[in-house]
Design a protein around this ligand. Structure first.
Ligand code: HAM
Length: 430
């Protein structure tokens, strides 16, 4: 009986040239960690499931994520649990529960890990996908918003990503949103029949989400709708203008998109997404924004916060489409080839000694013919082959063959490990 992978998920595999190649994942994750550390963010790891109530409270009961997409189950103790659909709520839950606000220092955290949403699978949309997310807790300044966006920009720049557009908006505070929702509701009531069925449904459930409908019918109605920015109070307006000013001074290109409201309920003030042409319909590579009320809503202090999460699948798919450079995958430095059964044991011992000394050494343990061994050494991209027969063992002089140039180096047995280590270290430096 053979089993197939469930719908909407994928394996990450070594080798190949596609976005699900594990070496590409490792590379991208290493750059993410490096950029996070340069910007002063520290890693936080939370469980992949939490009490369902956390997401209902933090993300919002009427959001698509909570109402339609969560993997929710009762555990054996009859408690409702959900696989995390996003990382912000768990990070804030952990921050409050572990009293991290009392730990001296800046409260900036990052995470890399799987998220789960029961969505209709399509290109760029999976049921298990991965986030690199960052959350900066405790600072309400516009500079903090720009630090977050600049960090993302640096990440994408380091990876060589092109054709990015930063879309930015302000969804104001609760009071501004309330006034805006009333005005929007007044306007949409007059055009209700012209809205798509999905937007008609959202009208009473989550009216702001109508704004980011891509349906042409809705777009037509929305072209005459009141604008959220006109309903912001002075404080929110000033904050937003300062963010835009700072982005300009850093020469970070952006587009103000009045219709950007995001699909999660915790946001206030700045919200943003970065989109990429190549991704088609699911073109957002990252989403984020301010959530000044979330820490206190989850039982903590009143601490303004902002963060983002970038989808690693979409990021890797775009990097592959844009043919960006990925560093070569690790390959053996030396491939050891026993000429016959007699030298096999010696070769195996040498393999172990080299590895213990820190040399990336490889050997085919299934004892094959010389030509097959050489083919394997080439296939794996080994720098050197070390072919050992009785002659070499008797003379105690070994020939190290450089596979790319076919030149050989003669090395005495007692200097072999040391010399290979030296060569490998030099190769790493170059
Ligand atoms: P989000 O916009 O729901 O935000 O997700 C962020 C990113 O995750 C999206 O822009 C997209 O790249 C990726 N993504 C979302 N759903 C899927 C899926 N089904 N398959 C593949 N990729 C997907 C959040 O989750 C917020 N927690 C971000 C945040 C952090 N805001 C503040 N801090």
């Amino acid at each position: 009986m053979q089993y197939n992978i469930p719908k909407g998920v994928f394996d990450v595999l070594p080798g190949g040239e596609d976005w699900n190649r594990s070496e590409y994942w490792q590379y991208v994750e290493s750059i993410m960690r490096d950029v996070a550390h340069i910007y002063g963010f520290h890693e936080i790891r939370t469980p992949i499931f939490e009490k369902t109530e956390l997401f209902v409270r933090a993300v919002g009961e009427v959001t698509d994520v909570v109402s339609k997409e969560m993997y929710t189950f009762m555990d054996k103790g009859d408690r409702s649990m959900s696989l995390r659909p996003e990382g912000t709520a768990p990070v804030i839950r952990s921050f409050v529960e572990n009293n991290l606000s009392n730990v001296p220092g800046l409260h900036k955290y990052y995470y890399i890990g799987p998220m789960f949403r029961y969505e209709r699978p399509q290109s760029g949309r999976y049921r298990q996908f991965h986030h690199f997310g960052a959350e900066a807790i405790g600072n309400g300044s516009p500079e903090q918003d720009v630090e977050i966006i600049d960090m993302l920009w640096q990440l994408y720049h380091r990876l060589g990503l092109k054709n990015l557009t930063v879309m930015i908006n302000s969804v104001g505070d609760e009071e501004s949103r309330k006034r805006y929702k009333e005005a929007l509701s007044e306007y949409l009531k007059q055009h209700f029949e012209a809205l798509s069925p999905e937007s008609q449904h959202r009208f009473s459930k989550n009216i702001l989400r109508i704004l980011d409908s891509k349906d042409p019918k809705d777009q037509k109605v929305l072209s005459g709708a009141p604008q959220l920015l006109d309903y912001l109070n002075e404080e929110c307006k000033d904050h937003f203008n300062k963010v835009l000013e700072l982005l300009k001074s850093l020469k970070l290109p952006f587009v103000v998109n009045h219709k950007l409201v995001r699909g999660l309920d915790y946001y206030n003030k700045t919200v943003f997404e970065i989109t990429i042409e190549e991704l088609g319909a699911q073109n957002a590579i990252v989403g984020g924004g301010r959530y000044d009320g979330l820490v206190s809503a989850l039982g903590g202090k009143n601490l303004p916060s902002i963060g983002f999460a970038t989808g690693i699948e979409r990021l890797l798919q775009t990097l592959c489409k844009q043919n960006v450079f990925f560093p070569p995958a690790p390959h053996p430095f030396v491939f050891i080839i026993p000429v016959d059964q007699l030298t096999y044991q010696y070769c195996f011992d040498l393999l172990v000694r080299l590895r213990h000394a820190g040399v990336h050494a490889e050997m085919d343990l299934s004892v094959r013919k010389m030509t097959q061994n050489l083919q394997m050494a080439n296939h794996l991209g080994a720098e050197y082959a070390l072919i050992l027969g009785e002659n070499e063992l008797n003379s105690k002089k070994f020939n190290l063959k450089r596979l790319a140039t076919r030149e050989t180096l003669e090395i005495p047995e007692d200097a072999l490990v040391e010399q290979l280590l030296h060569l490998a270290q030099n190769a790493r430096k170059n």
